[in-house]
Design a protein around this ligand. Sequence first.
Ligand code: NDP
Length: 246
Amino acid sequence: MAPLIFVALVRRNAAPYGRYSSSAWGSMLIPARVAWLTQEAPSFLVPAGLLAYELARPAASAAPLAALSPSSALLACFLVHYFHRAFVYPLAVQRGSKPTPLPIWLMALAFCTYNGVMQGLYLMYVHPASGSRADAIFWLGLALWALGWGVNLHSDSVLRNLRAPGETGYKVPRGGAFELVSAANYTGEILEWAGFALAIRSLPGLAFAVFTFVNLAPRGAAHHEWYLKRFEHYPRSRRAVIPFLW
Ligand code: NDP
């Protein structure tokens, strides 16, 4: 599905939420905070529920997920990201943020549920059993994940602080990775899940990294074009998503 979605998003110039929010996708709009909380929650709740179920089982019949292992470290990365995305990020989203059309919310909900099931099952039951090792590639992937998450968190907070209370307009983001790219929050998220895929070295990890790129890169390119058209003195050296390249 990824190539099809990539072409569709490039042709329509980004999914219609946020600054591209449109009533053409149905008149039902969900407030930004409610949309983020409800659409992202399954990605945390499904693996957290599986983990709770395993911890409650008698030791002899429980899954082979050791407390300190590559699998449990990656499960912790996934859970910590989605705890923040589902339960902390929505509370911080600015009140002036645009609402999300129902079809976009449904697609995000389907993605987060499917991905939560896929990553949760894989990390709980398949990855530990494959005898995965904490080798150099695992540590490199984990370091890239941490760097990407840091860039994502910092960039989201830069965006959040651009508006004064009650404002709904857009300003030029500055500082951190925004000095290199227009969509620094997406650059961070893409790096995060690319690092995760490197550490896990499996199809579920690769699928998640590819889908993140497919979702966010065209939207980041659209943001870049949008800034260039809207702000006469927009920094010309910035790229869209990939520093120095694109
Ligand atoms: P955007 O950058 O489009 O918007 C983030 C927030 O900042 C919105 O509240 C937006 O307001 C506000 N904002 C953005 N630019 C400006 C500006 N120039 N001036 C003032 N306010 C601004 O990000 P998304 O909403 O698409 O994504 C949010 C987070 O979710 C990101 O961290 C992203 O990485 C992640 N995400 C992950 C996906 C994945 O597939 N893994 C998919 C989608 C998102 P407004 O709503 O009014 O535009």
